[in-house]
Design a protein around this ligand. Structure first.
Ligand SMILES: C[S@@+](CC[C@H](N)C(=O)[O-])C[C@H]1O[C@@H](n2cnc3c(N)ncnc32)[C@H](O)[C@@H]1O
Length: 267
């Protein structure tokens, strides 16, 4: 299946079971981007069914959602009537230069080639604008049921590795030389789901679907393992949310590569 249509069969599970993002993330985003979300022009790439889109709209931002999956965008438009969405690739954005205050990727930056998508983001950003990328990651270290789930996935889902999203995201953006400043913040939280909802959450993951004709075996093993850890069928899962914000030079005069070595003082 091509990357473009990978998410199409996941739409219903995705929309029902994926977590939204903690309120704190949007407070940190305003702080690091140096501006309020209210009134900001935002291009949100990999918008999917619109989970982050609706959170940005609720804070008064003007958002143009972009995605290359027709299924995901279709659901976004049903859930958010009247919002214009654009079917396009984050690596070739169909927008003029310097039109956005923020370019955002919620749970989607790992799907693009960083040097190409970062250059596209920098092109459409206004001076002083920012690229913001973030993820909700499960923080399961030291949890027996999580360890068993990861071992099962590494055995049953071709190419899956639990550390697939452990990359130096901020450094990769610094290395492009496109941004004046790159900052990372993170926070922890958790949510509790009944077993049936937790199973839907598993089904919404592309690497779980990649187990193919072993999917039902995988889910049956998960049910047994989860009920051992959570006999009342209420699954509590810890999350780690990471936000990386890369700011453009406010004067539009090029990139500050290093801080000045000396400060000039008035005589
Ligand atoms: C994991 S989903 C995230 C959806 C949503 N942002 C959220 O927070 O739930 C990733 C989304 O990125 C989209 N995507 C992946 N690569 C893309 C690309 N190169 N250009 C545009 N969209 C892309 C997928 O179609 C999918 O809808």
């Amino acid at each position: 299946m091509s990357a473009r249509s990978l998410f199409d069969p996941l739409v219903a599970a995705y929309d029902a079971a994926r977590p939204s993002y903690p309120r704190r993330l949007f407070v940190d985003l305003e702080w690091l981007a140096g501006r309020k979300l209210a009134g900001a022009d935002i291009i949100e790439v990999g918008a999917g069914t619109g989970i982050a889109t609706r959170q940005l709209l609720a804070r008064g931002a003007r958002v143009i959602p972009v995605d290359h999956s027709p299924g995901m965008l279709g659901r976004l438009c049903e859930r958010t009537p009247g919002l214009g969405a654009v079917r396009a690739d984050g690596e070739a954005l169909p927008f003029a230069d310097a039109v956005a205050d923020l370019v955002c990727y919620a749970q989607a930056w790992h799907w693009v080639q960083v040097p190409v998508a970062a250059a596209e983001a920098a092109r459409v950003l206004r001076p002083g604008g920012a690229l913001a990328v973030w993820w909700n990651d499960v923080d399961g270290a030291d949890l027996g049921w999580w360890e068993r789930q990861q071992q099962r996935l590494e055995a049953m889902s071709p190419g899956y590795r639990r550390d697939h999203r452990l990359r130096p995201w901020a450094d990769e953006l610094r290395w492009t030389g496109l941004f004046a400043e790159v900052v990372t913040v993170s926070g922890r939280w958790s949510r509790t789901l009944v077993l049936e909802a937790y199973e839907l959450w598993l089904r919404s993951k592309s690497y779980v679907q990649a187990t193919g004709d072993r999917l039902e075996d995988f889910l049956a093993a998960e049910r047994r393992s989860l009920l051992k850890a959570f006999p009342d069928g209420m699954i509590t899962e810890p999350f780690h949310t990471v936000l990386v914000v890369a700011r453009m030079d406010p004067l539009g005069e090029g990139v500050v590569i290093a801080p000045p070595v000396a400060t000039l003082r008035d005589p």
